[in-house]
Ligand binder design. Sequence first.
Ligand code: DX5
Ligand code: ZN
Length: 231
Amino acid sequence: MENAHPWISATQVCPSILAADFGAFRSQVSELLAVGARTFHVDVMDGHFVPVITFGTGVVAALADVVHDAGGALAVHMMVERPERFIDDYARAGADSLTVHVEATSHLHHHLRRIREAGMAPGVTLNPGTPVSLLSEVAEEADNLLCMSVNPGWGGQSFIAASLRRLAEMRALARPGAGVEIDGGVGPATIADCHRAGANRLTAGSAIFSAPDPAAAYLDLVERVNAATVP
Ligand code: DX5
Ligand code: ZN
């Protein structure tokens, strides 16, 4: 299958705006675009699949022009029950990928196809307590396999060490050209190991936005990934 979303297989640090200042999304995103960030991770939480409610299509729409004008992408992580209800809404708002949880829906295969037909890169993810093998039948439909390295719902948690083994399993399941993403507790101490274990998309929230200088923190993470890249 040809990859209609080549950005997804690039090695990149993806800032997660969950940890940003909710009153300053556009300026914080612009600051990171200016130093080279291109993919932004957008955590949608519904108060059911996870206890917290964050934001939805409005935030995606508010960021779409500034991110797309710079050639960037908005990668939406749906921590939402039955995310299939919102596929068209996120496509219209300007999302470039939609990653859904195996625990939140049935008919996953069908929904991943619908996400692709809506023009977005389909992604699939699972909680740290869910066996990676649940991805085996749908991995070929996905452009993004996301490895949760904390339990979804909050930023700023500690990285779960077993995620490195799970990452390697996901990389083995991913079809050629697909991305493998790590999300949760990714920072200076963990990012290089995540990249070596198979993640090309390294998502970080608090390690970037809770730092005194988010642009400098982003660049530090990029440097650590580059140093960990096997030539
Ligand atoms: C957690 C979210 C993550 C979160 C990661 O439920 O899915 O994307 O932003 O935050 P950090 O990087 O602070 O662990
Ligand atoms: Zn996330």
